[in-house]
Design a protein around this ligand. Sequence first.
Ligand code: UD1
Length: 343
Amino acid sequence: MRVLLTGSAGFIGSAVARALAERGHEVVGVDLLLPQAHGETSPRPGTHRLDVRDALAWSELLTGIDVVCHQAAVVGAGVTVSDLPLYAGHNDLGTAALLAAMHAAGVRRLVLASSMVVYGEGRYVCPEHGEQRPGARPAAALEAGVFENACPSCRQPLGWASVPEDAPLDPRSAYAASKVAQEHYASAWARATGAAVTALRYHNVYGPGMPRDTPYAGVAAIFRSSLERGEAPRVFEDGGQVRDFVHVDDAATANLRAVELADPVAFTAYNICSGTPVTIGEVASLLAGAVRGPVPVVTGQYRLGDVRHVVASPDRARIGLGFSATITPARGIPAFATAPLRG
Ligand code: UD1
């Protein structure tokens, strides 16, 4: 197939490009090479340096394309509200422009990079009162070192359960809001045009080529960068936060399965995860242990925007996409401790 891949120079996009090419697909790579993600780079051979927001202007690249795989986005949690136009511009307007250009060019298949951040908090259960949807954790509770979400009825700590794709969407950051908007624009486009969208909700993707420690980086890169400097990873809260860390090569395989999906329906979202939850404390220990680095420090610090636990259900991706991760955190995280990071 001929696949137009946006964000082709990025951390996940590069892995997707490799996976597609290895399977014999023809890849047309588009990337804006934003300095905040790529540094001051010179043009890359095989990459069209273009802005997705201008997709209608470069839509001749869409001629003869079978599937668009849209990875380009401004990522991370956002640092200040002054970042709002950045997320809205690149992620929302960019996706809208791309969809309009795809329609004009007659391209009817989209694979969309989405994120688990669309769920906000994960799924919670109170042993006494059943399933609960906690709001944002109060600053006073976090300040007092109470990190677990509490049942609104009995105030007992809630236990986590795995999140299925039909869980309510509850974006809690500019990035999350932009990912929800991307899904909704794509779904509306599919409904209006008879096209098909496969949205891949990535959980915490890590692996070789991950960007270094920046205010926008995920925790695995932050811990990894601390260890490289000879410093202990600093674990926030009590280290008991649970996530699903999925290796970038597995995320690339999920994209390959989505691109090759035989009969995609109008809109389906899939959790892309390893299916093996780990705590942030365990991630820090696995990384530190692999390089015999300083023992992680649990700081009790917190970030107001952080959610407590997000754990994915891998079932729908296994059944609908034929995707199951092959790299467990126990194998992939120690290997990541010495893998090269991006510049
Ligand atoms: C992350 C991404 C999010 C992405 C999602 C799925 C960021 C900032 N967040 O969400 O955009 O969609 O994965 O791929 O990129 N922590 C520490 N020490 C630190 C930094 C963080 O202990 O130095 C803790 C945080 O408090 C949090 C956990 O690590 O509990 C995960 O943090 P992080 O990777 O930033 O964000 P996620 O919420 O998992």
